[in-house]
Write a protein that binds this ligand. Structure first.
Ligand SMILES: [Zn+2]
Length: 250
């Protein structure tokens, strides 16, 4: 990977989001979010899509009671900084992997990564940090779980991870002696919002189910500054609802 001074990553990316070969994109400026759809025909959904993410969750309807059950487990740390974000990967499937149960549906945790600011908003509130936990069902459906953070106290899970966060351009590292436990990030309250959305980066593919945890967590100003030294601001602006309903689970 090459890395240019303005935080523009020219990607040769092995990411699960299938970032296009050698096409530079950013969140702001000439190759920023408003221009993704013009940059490649395959990215047309970034402007023409009807179910795009993130969104501002202003109104919601009570949804069917589908509790989330987390079967998240510690795993050896696999981590990479692709210039857009820091990503922690999990070997999904098989035995001992982390799973999220949405009702009876088992979803394999594949990775989590960070966004500054947080992406999805709650009632107009923008959060300085968000995390996306990406899961895949047996049928291949993508389910993204969102954690949002307000500035406040030091976050203990982030405190443990920050010293291992690499600078951009290094290959993915596996640190067998460092365990990462995804359960340590979760809020106490498991209430959430649910809506149909998309990938938040090119090609903005739709058909992604979004679960946004209602209880924000906390992150300190010092920790936010540390993340800002590792990657530039990387939140896509909120997208129109276009008639979608957001369901709210207690
Ligand atoms: Zn994301």
């Amino acid at each position: 990977m090459m890395f240019r001074s303005a935080g523009v990553a020219l990607l040769v990316c092995a990411g699960a989001s299938a970032l296009a070969e050698g096409v530079a994109w950013t969140y702001r400026g000439e190759q920023g979010a408003e221009h993704w759809a013009e940059m490649r025909r395959e990215w047309a959904l970034c402007s023409k899509g009807q179910r795009q993410s993130p969104i501002d969750i202003v109104a919601s309807q009570p949804g069917p009671a589908t509790p989330l059950r987390f079967d998240y487990r510690p795993a050896p740390l696999r981590i990479v900084n692709d210039g857009h974000t820091v990503r922690v990967r999990f070997a999904s499937g098989g035995h001992g992997g982390s799973r999220l149960f949405l009702g009876h549906e088992a979803l394999n945790l594949q990775q989590f990564h960070f966004h500054t600011p947080g992406g999805d908003k709650l009632h107009g509130e923008e959060f300085p940090l968000g995390m996306h936990f990406l899961h895949k069902s047996a049928s291949g459906r993508l389910v993204a779980l969102v954690l949002l953070f307000r500035q406040g106290a030091e976050n203990p899970a982030l405190k443990a991870l920050l010293p291992h966060m690499p600078t951009p351009g290094l290959p993915e590292q596996t640190l067998a002696q460092v365990a990462v436990d995804p359960a340590q990030w979760l809020p106490v309250s498991k209430g959430y919002y649910r809506y149909e959305g998309s990938l938040t980066a090119p090609p903005c593919t739709e058909g992604v189910l979004w679960l946004v945890m209602k209880q924000p967590l906390e992150v300190s100003a010092v920790q936010l500054a540390a993340l800002h030294r590792l990657f530039p601001d990387n939140a896509r602006p909120t997208q129109p609802l276009r008639g979608r309903q957001v369901l709210e689970m207690p």
